[in-house]
Write a protein that binds this ligand. Structure first.
Ligand SMILES: C[S@@+](CC[C@H](N)C(=O)[O-])C[C@H]1O[C@@H](n2cnc3c(N)ncnc32)[C@H](O)[C@@H]1O
Length: 475
């Protein structure tokens, strides 16, 4: 880590300002392109120049002096870029610039530069600059590539729309209400309309929001985001989930939500654990539903964060039907269900042309000690059956599938704590899997996968967290 103090990020207006670039290679051409876009009056001094620099010179977009630079070139410049591949030449220009009181950047020496050029993600007037104070420019470029993928293209249009309304909002709303108004617009349904390409609807909605802003700001109803948090690995969250996690001001979460995921919720958001791990319910379902309605009515943005996908054995449908009845706005964000997450991380494809032409998700949750399932259907070959909440009922399931026709050596596997650093895989058959499981201490969430695809883990297994034993399939 550099021991110097950190740099100060600034965006400089350079339109009409004189800027000197010493050097005519590719690095110089890249900088010059950005300088020309910023409207700078660029002078290049270099004995030879890249073809793009020559073309800009011919098009009179810069002035090129075809010679080596000297100290007098820095006179009257606002910024100097020393971008030759000659260390001594760069040092001489930097010394001359400093002597003349002009800020200088050297291509060959970040510490010897007065300013650095960040990697930039640009969306019209919106710019995100990433810099590492010269310690790891490649890391800054990698991050830029990630942001390019993550920041929707339409953010530029959103920024343009906001710019067009800025003055009207300033005139209509007192300063105390403006930040909250813009937060609602730029991070709510109006922004989503822009992202979906519905610009004229977004404008209408913005006009309406502005008309009603003063009254709405007081008695505003909040909204609820029913969000799937995926099976455990935070990298498996969707972009939208992450965005809403950072917007919410209160989060209601289940026991299955990993701490690493909860850490991604806005630091100021209130956190309410509403529980639900098999029979250890923290809050009854009706109370959770009522709490969401009450919080949203109080104007809060409520994040209902559930494990996996909220519509797969998650009671998500019940929760939002209460909201719909109460007239509370909501949106649902799918998550990666444990079935897909565990299958992928265990190297078990849920379908396969040769072994499984369909996949069924079933609950193994016992009701009064029994399981009422369509065993005839589940015991057919040529398919994969994934049982959720099936640890307690494992012996019943394995016995029933054999009774209804599957062979005793039909493959079956348990994935425990799937997709996390604690993931364990127990591979066996319908005959021996219950005994294998009984020998282990299992307290994490566990998924049962039944079908011939299970065998593929031997060749396709790729995720082996450090310290976790190889799949138990031999004993
Ligand atoms: C109430 S269900 C919720 C399912 C969730 N909505 C989903 O789509 O994954 C809880 C069950 O999901 C399964 N499960 C969830 N996360 C898991 C994980 N990381 N590893 C294994 N099984 C998991 C277990 O069978 C657990 O008992």
């Amino acid at each position: 880590m550099s021991s110097s103090p950190p740099t100060l990020p600034l965006f400089i207006r350079l339109a009409g300002q004189p800027v000197l670039v010493v050097g005519g290679g590719r690095v110089a051409a890249r900088r010059i392109e950005r300088l020309i876009k910023a409207g700078a009056c660029v002078t290049v001094v270099a004995p030879r120049a890249d073809t793009r620099i020559q073309a800009w010179h011919e098009a009179r977009r810069l002035v090129w002096h075809e010679r080596a630079a000297n100290a007098a070139d820095v006179d009257n410049q606002r910024l100097v870029f020393a971008l030759t591949d000659d260390h001594v030449a760069n040092a001489d220009i930097a010394a001359a610039a400093r002597a003349a009181g002009v800020l200088v950047q050297r291509a060959d020496d970040a510490d010897g530069s007065d300013f650095l050029t960040p990697a930039v993600v640009r969306r019209e007037s919106l710019q995100i600059a990433i810099a590492s104070d010269g310690t790891a420019p490649t890391l800054a470029r990698i991050l830029r590539a990630r942001l390019e993928a993550w920041v929707p293209r339409a953010y530029g249009e959103l920024a343009t729309l906001a710019g067009a309304y800025r003055e009207r909002v300033r005139q209509r709303l007192p300063q105390s209400q403006r930040a909250a108004f813009w937060l609602r617009v730029l991070d709510g349904p109006i922004a989503e309309q822009v992202f979906a390409g519905r610009l004229s609807q977004a404008r209408q909605a913005l006009d309406h929001a502005l008309e009603t802003a003063q009254t709405a700001a007081e008695g505003d109803t909040g909204e609820v985001y029913l969000v799937g948090g995926g099976p455990g690995d935070p990298d498996l969250l969707t972009f939208r989930a992450l965005r809403l996690m950072q917007r919410a001001d209160v989060v209601l979460y289940d026991s299955l939500i990993a701490p690493a995921i909860l850490d991604l919720v806005d630091a100021d958001a209130e956190r309410i654990h509403v529980g639900k791990r098999a029979s250890r319910h923290t809050l009854p379902q009706e109370d959770i539903n009522a709490l969401m309605v009450r919080l949203a009515r109080a104007g809060r943005r409520v994040l209902r964060l559930k494990g996996g996908d909220p519509f797969v054995f998650g009671r998500g449908g019940e929760e939002i039907s209460q909201l719909a009845e109460a007239g509370i706005p909501f949106q649902v964000v799918p998550g990666i269900t444990a079935a897909s997450g565990c299958a992928a991380y265990a190297g078990i494809p849920l379908t396969h042309r040769d072994y499984a032409q369909s996949v069924t998700f079933v609950t193994g949750h016992l009701k009064e000690g029994a399981l009422d399932l369509s065993w005839q259907q589940l015991a057919q070959p040529g398919q994969t059956v994934v049982f959720f909440m099936a640890l307690k009922s494992l012996p019943i399931i394995c016995a029933a599938l054999q009774t209804y026709g599957l062979a005793a050596d039909w493959p079956a596997a348990l994935v425990i704590d799937g997709t996390t650093a604690r993931q364990r895989l127990v591979v066996g058959t319908l005959a021996d899997l219950p005994a294998r499981a009984a020998r282990l201490t299992i307290d994490g969430p566990t998924l049962l996968i039944v079908g011939e695809v299970v065998r593929l883990h031997e060749t396709l297994g790729w995720f082996r967290p450090a310290g976790v034993p190889e799949p138990d399939s031999r004993t």
